[in-house]
Write a protein that binds this ligand. Structure first.
Ligand code: ADP
Length: 477
């Protein structure tokens, strides 16, 4: 079976969030299921620089305002189609935002061009490369199912990594998309009088997936449906929740080159060397006390305001906190203020630093993920795999992947972290208190770490579920 995956970001080439990790790791996991994935990416500078042994398989004089070439090649082990359209993608920095931090004003044609190219490949544009299914994640690929519905092509799967990012554009862009007039309607791409890329995908795809069973249920409600819950309820018979995995070759504490000291579940005291390294990098007091970390976009979604409010409690419990992340300027400023208020106890680095994110998981005692909503979340999965106990809000994928250390779970030996609900300052403080209590009981704490490290967070099971879904779509005519 051949799948064309359309991804606006793929680790290790371009990454702003979890989508990149998924798009980077799933092809190898699906290959083990006998499924060949080719990924279509925009020709961002980082992609063009990494592309090897490529050939131009199609040339367009004019593609959404300029010349473009479709390249076929490899980069970092990934089999790629790259849409080389310099007028759309040859820009430095973030793939979606300009230097002013605002969306690029031409994001509508940038990602329509990508989607139309995917649909064209699906219709046989490149000889010998006709996919059986096109897998389209997020708003950037949202128009793919619409182009296929109105212009023909294979079955499509739309994946939602985060319903908060929907790709809304004014109605005026519709005429530039090359879709028939009938597509501008409630059954097509129209959304509240404008054009909704994610909405189009959810409306037109043969199947919809999201990245955890709990999030799949949550997005059917007005509270978490972000305005799309009505549509999703209508389509709930084709909606599936499949939890993300992690790439356990890249994320393996026994062989990770990014950490100071490698270790296995039987060698947990070795983690101390990583803790010392974190203390140095973050200029934190050295000590045996509870070290929390956060690796995250600093946003309200991620509950960073709650962390700020709960800091006095964290300090009172003898904890320290190392934060790696950036985002909302106000939250960043408040966290920086906290580092002044609690020197040696709270520290933040606002860089994007992949190796340091590994070290934090390898040396911190616990990772805080107090998200208000979390489609799947990856950092708690890395935490589980590294013996860095996840302390998480009981929402979305966090609820599905972490087993709360209540008495029943502890006595059954299945607890792997701490969950709290509702997502409030009080509940977070209570969770911090429970974490400190568990940490003080060394045998129990070690058992929770080891249980987490034993949980299967690889792609194996989830890749099998995607494979089942693809097969069921090909069977249904
Ligand atoms: P989201 O996609 O909503 O941002 P996820 O938890 O699904 O959240 O994925 C975030 C990914 O980005 C994880 O791999 C995490 O380790 C990584 N990450 C976030 N911030 C940083 C940072 N400042 N430095 C390095 N990695 C980061």
């Amino acid at each position: 079976m051949k799948i064309l995956s359309v991804a606006s970001e793929v680790f290790p080439l371009v990454k702003t969030g979890g989508l990149a990790d998924v798009a980077g790791a799933l092809p190898a996991a699906l290959a083990k299921q006998g499924i060949h994935v080719v990924t279509l990416m925009p020709g961002y500078p980082a992609v063009m620089n990494a592309l090897e042994n490529y050939e131009a398989v199609h040339v367009l004089d004019k593609h959404f305002g300029g010349p473009a070439r479709l390249l076929r090649g490899k980069a970092r082990g990934l089999d790629l189609f790259v849409l080389d359209a310099p007028h759309l993608y040859d820009r430095p920095g973030n793939p979606y935002l300009g230097p002013d931090g605002k969306d690029w004003p031409d994001n509508a044609p940038r990602f329509a061009a990508l989607a139309l190219t995917a649909a064209d490949i699906g219709r046989g544009l490149v000889a010998g490369c006709m996919p059986d299914i096109i897998h389209a994640p997020d708003w950037q690929a949202g128009l793919v199912p619409a182009y296929v519905r109105y212009g023909g092509g294979p079955k499509t799967v739309m994946t939602v990594h985060n319903l908060a990012f929907q790709g809304h554009f004014p109605a005026a862009i519709f005429g530039t998309l090359g879709l028939p007039p009938v597509a501008f309607g409630i059954d097509g791409v129209e959304y509240f009088g404008g054009v909704g890329y994610l909405k189009a995908g959810l409306q037109c795809a043969d199947a919809i997936t999201t990245v955890s069973p709990t999030y799949a249920r949550e997005i059917l409600t007005p509270e978490d449906g972000m305005g799309l819950d009505g549509l999703l309820r209508v389509r709930s018979n084709v909606l599936h929740g499949i939890v993300n995995g992690i790439d356990t070759d890249i994320w393996n504490p026994a062989s990770d080159a990014n950490i100071v000291q490698t270790y296995t579940a039987k060698q947990l005291p070795k983690r101390e060397a990583n803790k010392r390294a974190i203390e140095k990098r973050f200029d934190l007091d050295s000590g045996k006390g509870l070290l929390f970390c956060i690796v995250s976009r600093l946003t309200l979604q991620k509950g960073m305001d709650l962390v700020i409010s709960a800091l006095p409690k964290l300090i009172e419990l003898g904890g320290r906190l190392a934060i790696l992340g950036s985002g909302d300027t106000k939250l960043e400023a408040s966290l920086k203020e906290a580092t002044v208020l609690y020197p040696g106890r709270v520290s933040i680095l606002t860089t994007y630093d992949e190796p340091l994110s590994h070290l934090l998981q390898a040396g911190s005692d616990a990772i805080l993920v107090p998200s208000r909503f979390e489609p799947c979340g990856l950092t708690q999965l890395y935490g589980l795999h590294y013996g860095c106990v996840p302390v998480v809000a009981r929402v979305g994928g966090l609820a599905d992947t972490v087993v709360d250390a209540n008495d029943a779970a502890l006595s059954a030996g299945v607890a792997s972290g701490i969950q709290f609900s509702p997502v409030t300052q009080e509940a977070l403080e209570h969770a911090l208190q429970r974490t400190a209590g568990l940490f003080a009981d060394k045998p129990a704490w070690t058992k929770v770490q080891q249980t987490g490290m034993k949980s299967d967070v690889s792609w194996t099971r989830s890749a099998a579920r995607y494979a089942d879904l693809y097969r069921s779509l090909l069977k249904a005519h």
